[in-house]
Design a protein around this ligand. Structure first.
Ligand code: ATP
Length: 457
């Protein structure tokens, strides 16, 4: 494992990344023409492709490459009793105060036992720098109502996590799929939280996508599987090119643990705002299945040939938007090439929204355009490709660098004579001549190769 960094040393800031994202159609502020809506974002073309790649890679690792995990896509609005059983209804409705200085949130009725974020030896609110808001009764869940009449009986909630939809389907899945503990159920979908301290771009949104997997295990295997999933999830980020020095595992202290968890570790990423949670891996014990069994009356247990028990649950819970932000920040780089500044997103090729750009050197040369279009038509069927003949070639390269396209193919005078084209590498800027007809095979082969960020090659 490489040495851990104390502070962020990359070129990225949240502001620079947000500005690039807006300029290059990754992410726009939501409802922009109305001045935006706090902590809501809309994904543009390249952002949709990037986030889709993140989710696809998660699903590939969780489901396609394993035999023991199945998929689920549960409803966003579940039976309101789900949130009673899970503890969300009671657990999220405390009077809360925020400290504007240290950004910590405290239970207004527990201030005596809370320590100040800046000076832990002092009580929250005690120092001159503390700046607490008024107490507010706050439930993180967004409320809505079902049916035409809005009364107490019609109240429902937008889910604040995808996990509960999995627990309440435990019986459906075990009786319809060929699964046996240890096995998992994986779900990707939107979650909603009325966060009171939003900010930092995609890091904390009110509407976001989660990628959660609940792994049901015989109780005796829980500890071992908890460790396994921490390693497994860490490996996933590293394999997708994340810098090792920017990733760490932090075990929760006993006083940080959620009511349902006996142990939790966060995978933290060194964002420009400092080390922050990227994903949580929790050992939830049998809390959830027992709660739902008790509140619903259903028997939520595993019944084998000569065994019967309530499985324990290990949960790796990740955020698709937060992961996309981490990959954006990790990929962001600035350098000077031939006296000109260049901004580049060094995405792992598997995450890059566009894998290859096809560029005729001269945009109004009909022979070059025709050859380039022909190549583009061939490539686009095999991998995400883009054709561009709009400006000077240098400008087109820069644009592809800023959206993180790993390879560009240029069709020039030589192509028309000998059938070779230039393959330009985004990271090394190396240009090599390759035969036009082998372009597709070469790119598909490179996509399969391991890739490391430049600093670690
Ligand atoms: P945090 O402490 O940052 O609020 P959390 O511990 O409440 O996060 P979990 O409930 O464990 O988060 O959710 C699992 C994952 O979902 C988080 O690690 C994060 O990646 C993502 N996530 C949670 N809340 C948000 C949010 N408001 N915006 C974007 N992603 C989120």
């Amino acid at each position: 494992m490489s040495a851990q960094l104390e502070t962020y040393e990359g070129a990225a800031t949240i502001e620079k990344v947000a500005s690039l994202c807006r300029r290059r159609a990754f992410v726009f502020p939501s409802s922009d023409v109305y001045g935006g809506l706090g902590s809501s974002y809309d994904y543009g073309h390249y952002g949709v492709l990037l986030k889709q790649n993140v989710k696809n890679e998660w699903q590939r690792a969780m489901v396609a490459e394993r035999d023991d995990i199945v998929l689920l896509d549960s409803a966003i609005i579940l039976h309101p009793k789900v949130w009673v059983a899970s503890g969300h209804l009671a657990g999220f409705s405390d009077p809360l105060v925020d400290c504007r200085t240290c950004k910590l949130r405290f239970r207004a009725d527990h201030l005596e036992s809370a320590s100040c974020g800046r000076k832990p030896s002092k009580q929250a609110g005690e120092t001159d720098d503390c700046d607490l808001t008024e107490a507010r009764q706050f439930n993180l869940m967004f409320e809505t109502s079902i049916g035409p009449v809005r009364d107490e009986g019609s109240v429902a909630y937008l889910r604040p996590e995808t996990a509960q939809g999995i627990f309440v389907n435990f019986k459906n899945v075990t009786s319809s799929m060929r699964v046996k503990p240890p096995f998992g159920i994986a779900q990707i979908g939107k979650s909603f939280r009325n966060e009171i301290t939003p900010g930092n771009f995609l890091f904390r949104m009110r509407e976001f996508e989660q990628m959660e997997m609940e792994y049901f295990v015989p109780p005796a295997l829980a500890e071992e599987q908890y460790r396994y999933w921490i390693d497994e999830r860490r490996r996933w980020y590293l394999e997708l090119g994340m810098r090792e020095s920017h990733l760490r595992v932090r075990a929760h202290d006993a006083d940080e643990l959620s009511h349902y968890s006996s142990e939790t570790s966060d995978l933290e990423y060194l964002f420009p705002i400092g080390w922050s949670e990227l994903e949580g891996i929790a050992n939830r014990g049998d809390f959830d299945l027992r709660q739902h069994a008790e509140h619903s009356g259903a028997k939520l247990e595993w019944i084998g040939q000569d065994e019967r028990y309530v499985p324990h649950v290990i949960e790796p819970a990740a955020g698709a938007d937060r992961a996309a932000l981490a990959f954006l920040v990790d990929a962001y780089d600035e350098e000077v090439v031939a006296d000109r500044p260049r901004t580049v997103l060094r995405f792992h090729p598997r995450l890059a929204p566009v894998k290859v750009a096809v560029l005729p050197l001269i945009g109004n040369d009909s022979a070059m355009v025709e050859t380039a279009r022909g190549l583009y038509e061939e490539l686009r069927r095999a991998l995400p490709a883009e054709y561009d003949d709009s400006a000077a070639i240098g400008k087109r390269y820069r644009r592809q660098d800023e959206i993180g396209t790993p390879w560009a193919l240029t069709i020039d005078h030589e192509t028309l004579e000998d059938g070779t084209i230039t393959l330009r590498d985004r990271d090394t800027l190396a240009q090599e001549r390759i035969p036009l007809e082998s372009a597709k095979a070469i790119l598909l082969d490179r996509l399969e190769q391991p890739w490391r960020p430049r600093a670690q090659r």
